[in-house]
Write a protein that binds this ligand. Sequence first.
Ligand code: GRF
Length: 210
Amino acid sequence: MTRQNSKPHEKAQIAVLVSGNGSNLQHLLDYEACGKLAHGEIRLVISNHKEAYALERARQAGKEALFLPRSAKQPEQFERELTQLLQAHEIDLIILAGFLAILSPDFIQAYPNRIINVHPSLIPAFCGKGFYGLKPHEAVLARGVKVTGATVHIVNEIPDGGPILLQKAVEVREGDTPELLQRRVMEEAEWILLPQAAELMSQRIVAGEI
Ligand code: GRF
């Protein structure tokens, strides 16, 4: 990171931040393994939860996988250590893939245009503070909208408020539960969009555009 002024890497060096199952991470790993992540390389996977299955997925793909504890009382410590890791690995792009902790405005501002996130709704609907996990899907069903989806956006200091990179609509069906809808949004949108966005951002980084 902070290599904006030095010679760009041949491939953008990517760190993926995770907290749980890691199905989004898995699709990034598969995308890279089949050669579609042409301008990027997943260098590092970091979880704030020790038991996250995402860490196992990363190791099975031969990636460096690290648990970095984050206490709600001292988030600064987590961000200090995270920054050190990102710098030591010369990371160009940070992907939040089901990362359930909030990053501070100071941290985010240190990496302008270098952090992306996948959110399971069509931003600006059903997003922002508190809309994580099943919450957006519960709200979609409660409001009765007929179309939802997923959004990949650049992260700025406003939760889910940064510039939108990619978006895909998903149908809400009769009889949907939050769980069913979450699964369909992942299958039909998140798992497709996030790898595409990783490649798009990697292209821009190696071209020196951002
Ligand atoms: C899922 O709830 C997904 O909708 C959201 O974050 C969670 C991540 O799941 N974007 P996974 O850890 O990638 O499987």
